[in-house]
Ligand binder design. Structure first.
Ligand SMILES: Cc1cc2nc3c(=O)[nH]c(=O)nc-3n(C[C@H](O)[C@H](O)[C@H](O)COP(=O)(O)OP(=O)(O)OC[C@H]3O[C@@H](n4cnc5c(N)ncnc54)[C@H](O)[C@@H]3O)c2cc1C
Ligand SMILES: *[C@@H]1O[C@H](CO)[C@@H](O)[C@H](O)[C@H]1NC(C)=O
Ligand SMILES: *[C@@H]1O[C@H](CO)[C@@H](O)[C@H](O)[C@H]1NC(C)=O
Ligand SMILES: *[C@@H]1O[C@H](CO)[C@@H](O)[C@H](O)[C@H]1NC(C)=O
Ligand SMILES: *[C@@H]1O[C@H](CO)[C@@H](O)[C@H](O)[C@H]1NC(C)=O
Length: 542
């Protein structure tokens, strides 16, 4: 058996991530002070005596991450009674982020609002995708179609009265810091439905704009010549999976799918049987993938076709790039807050400011708080950067952390201490044999639950939240990682048409946990009794 477990990342396949053409250095940033600063001086030492004057918080993004942030803020006394205010902006018309379908048909260079396609289903079991104590309703399939996730987010927003604090159809274009290392405000340039740009001021900024929006598009030598020399009665196209919608668009075509991430795998699987032929190029070629013809990585293109690294050739009609996304935040870069340096591979810039190399934003404390010395350590937060983690629970833990850091900055050690911790975190990534600046915010295997627990333990130690004597990530959430039969079990249940028998009346987290455990057991028994061995689990391998 070479199966591994059911929760995986939605991430960029490593090797495919070649630096692309943009390379920017903001000279102004280089002139800024090399000195790190301390927290605002007026901050009281004891959390219980904290009396920061009423402040405002802007959140950008109404997906899983932004909703969690808004909820955790609105739960705080400062916001219910203390005059603090939070505003969440999203350019779309409702909540849900990538789970909210896009009505427009968009083609390059425009980028669709979401990579969502009609046949998208979750690749992780849905009880793992929940905010704490807010399970999916009875009857939800264990791996449901996207509509269920969209509806879940709207239900959450309604249940916690979030909608009144959200400004839909508002796009953020730019954010700039106006102030000193100790105090100041964000000037946020926003446009509403009328398209007029306006500047609004906020004390704190929380970025929850998602990681699956800006496609990473590798460029191979010779591809332009290949695209230009189209033979008679043929087509030649290269598209990124962010544009993928319906498999029918590929009927009778020869398709090459590139990339071993979930986008590529899902597209390859859906196109199979519709396309004339499906080839699948990925890094660990050699694994068998049912039905598709596996190829190694692309070396380059010629006018006749493309050449794989093993020297074999192919002249497909379409190349679909499941090559992942770039960790860019254009409105921060626009405002001089986030430099883009695609070649950055070390911490030499951390005393100057915030940088992204399109995979990693640094320096960030615990993947959340910006340690740029130009503003206080709680002025700019990111929610939802980590991958290889169950999003909603992690977003919620991060949000609690950021929310308490915002209302009570005295819980945070000084910047130089936070930077030391960051260096240790990067050291742990190196110790795992990975490059921290390429691995980015992807959780190391087996650490995603601990990461969330540590955020919450930190808050307990500072008396920011009560200690109820239990871990944040409950045991049932951890157990899911060991349920290697569950996904196949659920597929068999659906084939038998008995899904409803398993999920009818299932309401609480404990009941959902029990369903997952039983589906896993049920499938394990069946596979054992029937002597079935899965050499490579195409669905699960991630
Ligand atoms: C195709 C696909 C399938 C996935 N399947 C799964 C799965 O099965 N299981 C799983 O756990 N995860 C899955 N994921 C990961 C998924 O991205 C997360 O689960 C989660 O929904 C991400 O939420 P988010 O809030 O971080 O970002 P998003 O959902 O991307 O939300 C960001 C929001 O920010 C808004 N925004 C961005 N920029 C601006 C701006 N400048 N101004 C105003 N608004 C802005 C956007 O409109 C959007 O609404 C999948 C991802 C993709 C792409
Ligand atoms: C191209 O298609 C047209 C119309 O279908 C056909 O008449 C012609 O023979 C084709 N040419 C080639 C080179 O296949
Ligand atoms: C695909 O090919 C089959 C058989 O050659 C043909 O019947 C069918 O019409 C084609 N479909 C499209 C969409 O071109
Ligand atoms: C920068 O990274 C190196 C490891 O490459 C580490 O030893 C050092 O402590 C880091 N510096 C800071 C200030 O974090
Ligand atoms: C993750 O770690 C577990 C043990 O903790 C191990 O069995 C598994 O093979 C690892 N998976 C990967 C992808 O490294």
């Amino acid at each position: 058996m070479h199966i591994f477990v059911g929760l995986h990342s939605w991430c960029v396949p490593d090797k495919l991530f070649l630096p692309s053409a943009i390379f920017m250095v903001n000279i102004q940033r280089l002139l800024f002070s090399f000195l790190s600063s301390n927290l605002p001086t007026q901050v009281p030492l004891h959390p219980e005596h904290a009396s920061v004057p009423a402040k405002s918080v802007a959140i950008v993004g109404a997906g899983s991450a932004g909703l969690a942030m808004l909820k955790t803020l609105l739960d705080l006394e400062q916001f219910t009674h203390g005059g603090w205010k939070a505003v969440l902006f999203d350019e779309r018309e409702s909540v849900g982020g990538i789970w909210l379908p896009d009505q427009n048909d968009v083609s390059p260079p425009a980028i669709p609002q979401t990579p969502l396609y009609p046949r998208l289903r979750t690749n992780t079991p849905v009880p793992s995708m929940t905010y704490p104590e807010f399970p999916f309703p009875p009857g939800t399939p264990l791996y449901p179609s996207h509509e269920h996730i969209e509806a879940y987010h709207l239900r959450y927003a309604k249940r916690y009265n979030l909608l009144d604090s959200i400004r839909f159809k508002h796009r953020i274009h730019k954010a700039t810091w106006q102030g000193s290392p100790d105090e100041g405000q964000w000037d946020i340039t926003v446009s509403g439905e009328d398209g007029q740009l306006q500047i609004e001021r906020f004390d704190h900024l929380v970025v929850a704009t998602g990681n699956n929006h800006i496609p990473h598009i590798p460029v191979w030598q010779g591809q332009d010549e290949w695209l230009e020399k189209v033979p008679v009665n043929r087509t030649r196209t290269i598209i990124h999976s962010v544009y993928y919608r319906k498999p029918e668009a590929f009927s009778n075509q020869t398709v090459l799918v590139v990339g071993n991430g979930p986008s590529g795998r899902d597209a390859a699987q859906q196109i199979l049987g519709i396309a004339e032929k499906v080839y699948y190029s990925f890094r660990h070629a050699g694994e068998e993938v049912a039905g598709v013809i596996v190829k190694p990585e692309i070396s380059h293109f010629t006018e006749e076709g493309l050449i794989f690294v093993d020297g074999t050739k192919l002249d497909p009609d379409v190349v679909i790039l499941g090559t992942g996304y770039e960790m860019l935040k254009p409105f921060l870069t626009e405002g001089g807050v986030l430099d883009v340096d695609l070649l950055a591979r070390d911490n030499s810039t951390i005393y100057r400011g915030l940088v992204t190399n399109a995979r990693y934003i640094f320096p960030l404390y615990r993947h959340i708080l910006s340690l740029d010395p130009k503003y206080p350590t709680n002025a700019l937060a990111f929610i939802g950067l980590p991958s290889a983690i169950a999003n909603c629970p992690s977003d919620y833990a991060q949000s609690l952390f950021a929310a308490h850091a915002i209302v009570n900055p005295s819980i945070l050690p000084q910047r130089h201490v936070l930077l030391q911790e960051l260096a240790l975190q990067e050291e742990r990534v190196r110790a795992a044999g990975l490059h921290p600046y390429l691995n980015g915010h992807k959780m190391l295997n087996g650490t995603s639950s601990d990461y969330q627990d540590e955020l919450i333990e930190f808050l307990k130690e500072k008396n920011a939240i009560p200690d109820e004597g239990k871990r944040y990530v409950e045991q049932w959430r951890r157990d899911i990682f060991t349920y290697q039969y569950m996904k196949r079990g659920w597929a068999r249940i659906e084939k038998l048409g008995i899904g409803a028998d398993w999920t009818r009346g299932v309401e609480t987290e404990a009941e959902w946990a029990d369903v997952m455990r039983r589906v896993n057991e049920w499938q394990k028994r069946w596979e054992t009794e029937n002597d079935i061995e899965f050499k490579v689990d195409y669905e699960l391998a991630g």
